[in-house]
Design a protein around this ligand. Structure first.
Ligand code: SF4
Length: 134
């Protein structure tokens, strides 16, 4: 098996969209694609941790952001990360206007639905990237 694809969510504390980005990431790394997907704490990259920098530069990365400020994408890009794909919770919301997640600490029903959809899309991208590296 090749190097795992790194899925890096924004920290998103205090915003439901950030919580969805994180939840979807854990879904992929823990349940859907364990072994082929892994994650990394964005704070390490923001703080300039050498090991984290080396990891994002030498792996294919997928950034997952809650809102258009794109904290994960911007910070991974700034530290020289190899970004193969990016996802934004806001894009998914635009396609599913009936869903209105509100809870922050724990996802409500609509938040869960969005997290599942996002997790499935990220997992499909992980498969595509893993196929390409074989
Ligand atoms: S991308 Fe948006 S939700 Fe995520 S950490 Fe940045 S400001 Fe918060």
């Amino acid at each position: 098996m090749g190097k795992p694809v790194l899925v890096i969510p924004c920290s998103g504390i205090g915003k439901p969209f950030g919580s969805i980005a994180r939840d979807a990431t854990f879904r992929v790394c823990d349940d859907l694609r364990p072994g082929t997907a892994d994650t990394l704490c964005l704070s390490l990259i923001v703080m300039g941790d050498e090991e984290a920098r080396e990891k994002v530069a030498s792996s294919r990365c997928i950034t997952v952001d809650g809102c258009p400020l794109a904290c994960s994408h911007n910070n991974v890009a700034r530290s020289g990360g190899n970004i193969a794909a990016e996802f934004r919770v806001m894009d998914l919301l635009r396609e599913n206007r009936g869903l209105r997640p509100r809870a922050v600490t724990f996802l409500d029903e609509d938040g869960e639905k969005l997290s599942k959809m996002l997790g499935d899309r990220i997992a499909a991208k992980v498969d595509e990237l893993s196929e390409g590296s074989r």
